[in-house]
Design a protein around this ligand. Structure first.
Ligand SMILES: Nc1ncnc2c1ncn2[C@@H]1O[C@H](COP(=O)(O)OP(=O)(O)OP(=O)(O)O)[C@@H](O)[C@H]1O
Ligand SMILES: [Mg+2]
Length: 144
C-alpha cells in the first residue's frame, strides 16, 4: 500500500472546514472513493455536509442507520456511506458494496478503514483528529 499525503490542515472553526471542503472539491471527482476516519464526533458527517453544500445539497444527514444515502444534483451524484454498524464483511457484500462503489459518483465512507478489503485499489482517506475545538485533517491518496 502506497500512501501520499496531499493536504494537512488544522481547523479551528466551521468556516475552516468549509474552506477545506472547497479546496477538496477541486480534487475529488466522480468515481472517487473517500474514507473518513476518526473518533465518534470527530466531524466526519460535518465534513460531508460542508462538501454537499458546495453542490447545493442542504440535507446531508448521517448514514449511520441507513448505511447509504444518495444525493443527485443535476449530473452530480454523491453517495454517503457509514461502516460503523457493519459487523461482518458479508453484510457489505449483501448490500452489493462492489456495485455501489463502482458507481459514477463521489463516494464518501465514514469509518471506511474498518473494512479495507472492499475499498477500490485507489482511494482517498481523510483522517480527523479531534481535541477540544481543534480538528486536524489529514488527506491522503492511497494505492494498493
Ligand atoms: N469542523 C467543525 N467545526 C465545528 N463543529 C463541528 C465540526 N465538525 C463537527 N462539528 C460538530 O461536532 C458534532 C459531531 O460531528 P459529526 O456528527 O460530524 O461527527 P462524526 O465524526 O460524523 O461522528 P460519528 O462517528 O458519530 O458519525 C456535530 O454537532 C457537529 O456539528
Ligand atoms: Mg457521522
Amino acid at each position: 500500500m502506497k500512501s501520499q499525503l496531499i493536504r494537512e490542515k488544522i481547523c479551528s472553526s466551521a468556516q475552516d472546514t468549509i474552506d477545506l471542503a472547497k479546496e477538496l472539491k477541486e480534487v475529488f471527482k466522480s468515481g472517487d472513493c473517500i474514507t473518513l476516519n476518526g473518533n465518534l464526533g470527530a466531524g466526519k458527517t460535518f465534513f460531508v455536509k460542508c462538501f454537499g453544500r458546495l453542490f447545493d445539497i442542504d440535507d446531508v444527514k448521517s448514514p449511520t442507520f441507513t448505511l447509504v444515502n444518495n444525493y443527485h444534483i443535476g449530473p452530480v451524484h454523491i453517495q454517503h456511506l457509514d461502516f460503523y454498524r457493519i459487523n461482518d464483511i458479508k453484510e457489505l457484500e449483501g448490500i452489493g458494496i462492489n456495485e455501489i462503489l463502482a458507481a459514477d459518483a463521489i463516494s464518501f465512507i465514514e469509518w471506511g478503514s474498518l473494512f479495507p478489503a472492499v475499498l477500490p485499489d485507489s482511494y482517498y482517506s481523510i483522517e480527523i483528529e479531534h481535541s477540544d475545538d481543534l480538528r486536524k485533517f489529514k488527506v491522503c491518496k492511497n494505492e494498493n
